[in-house]
Design a protein around this ligand. Structure first.
Ligand code: GLY
Length: 312
């Protein structure tokens, strides 16, 4: 039994491990861990307290995948409900669909009995305002919800190195079953309605009991274009080791063309219970904890440089 997570998952690790120790499923462990990250107001990349899009709306994306059946549920661009991962799980477990977006996801969250809240904290709102005022005249800032074109302002305001984040959790339970969950408030200051890799199965999340699981943080557009999480699991199926599979996925990302490229981080687990972490940023870490360990291990991800480009 093991939990693997991005380092910002530390706050949820005890809850996830407790689920496994109590005989719970990998799906339940992933949800339990991510819920605590979503509720953490100090994590500005996930759930409550996340940074908003360019017009000041906080939109959440999440997905969960059950490696036993390859069933999955996801929500995207959902406003007003902290626990996007729980809504995603209910999509998986109660609907014949896999992905709900926007108002449909919000209606479904309300049907689940969740209470609508304002998720934008004063701290996140202040950072949004300060950051955007640096880049745009006061009349543009005042009219962001009006009819001004946002295209150029999104490119200016978005910081490719610092304005993203996401949480990944992968669990393997006592039965050897694997699940993977991802939750994010997406790319800060992005165009309204922008959806990243986190709710896109195969891009930011994939789990298959037969081989393993993988999840991404970083520039979601890159993971969508390269099909990164699914590629890692497919490379495992083709017989590569976990290290080889992650390295191959990083090579796919390295070979992407185009004008906008930034960072990518991977966590992965093979069916034998071995964890791995890769990143295009030096010295970046991930965490894992086996059920018989007292505390999580913080391990350095294998560094694979990727080209960075930011051209208009
Ligand atoms: N990786 C999260 C996002 O790009 O939205």
């Amino acid at each position: 039994m093991i939990i693997v997570a991005s380092t910002n998952g530390l706050i949820g690790m005890p809850a996830a491990v407790a689920v496994l120790r109590a005989g719970g499923t990998a799906v339940a462990a992933v949800e339990a861990g991510i819920r605590l990250v979503e509720a953490n107001p100090d994590d500005h990349s996930v759930g409550y307290g996340g940074y908003p899009n360019i017009v000041g709306d906080l939109e959440l994306d999440a997905s969960i995948m059950d490696g036993r059946t390859l069933e999955t549920g996801a929500v995207a661009a959902m406003k007003g409900y902290t626990h996007a991962i729980s809504v995603a799980r209910q999509v998986m477990e109660t609907l014949p669909h896999v992905l709900l977006v926007g108002e449909g996801a919000e209606r479904f969250a309300a049907e689940m009995g969740l209470v609508r809240e304002d998720l934008l904290t004063d701290a996140a709102r202040a950072t949004w305002e300060q950051r955007l005022r640096q880049d745009m005249p006061a009349d543009v800032f005042a009219n962001l919800r009006g009819d001004i074109p946002l295209r150029d302002w999104v490119r200016l305001a978005t910081d490719p190195e610092r304005a993203r984040g996401t949480v990944n959790f992968i669990a393997q339970d006592a039965h050897g079953d694997i699940a993977c969950g991802v939750s994010t408030s997406g790319w800060a200051w992005s165009y309204p309605g922008r959806v990243g890799d986190s709710p896109i199965i195969g891009a930011g999340n994939y789990a298959d009991n037969r081989y393993g699981a993988a999840a991404c943080t970083g520039m979601g557009e890159m993971a969508i274009r390269a099909g990164t999480a699914r590629s890692i699991v497919l490379y495992l199926k083709m017989g590569m080791s976990l290290t080889e599979a992650c390295a191959e996925a990083m090579r796919d990302l390295r070979d992407l063309g185009g004008r906008f490229l930034s960072v990518m981080n991977l966590v992965a687990l093979d069916k034998a219970g071995n964890p791995a972490g890769f990143s295009s940023i030096p010295d970046k870490t991930y965490i894992y904890q086996r059920a018989d360990m007292e505390a999580p291990v913080e391990a350095t991800r294998t560094h694979v440089p990727l080209p960075a480009r930011w051209q208009g």
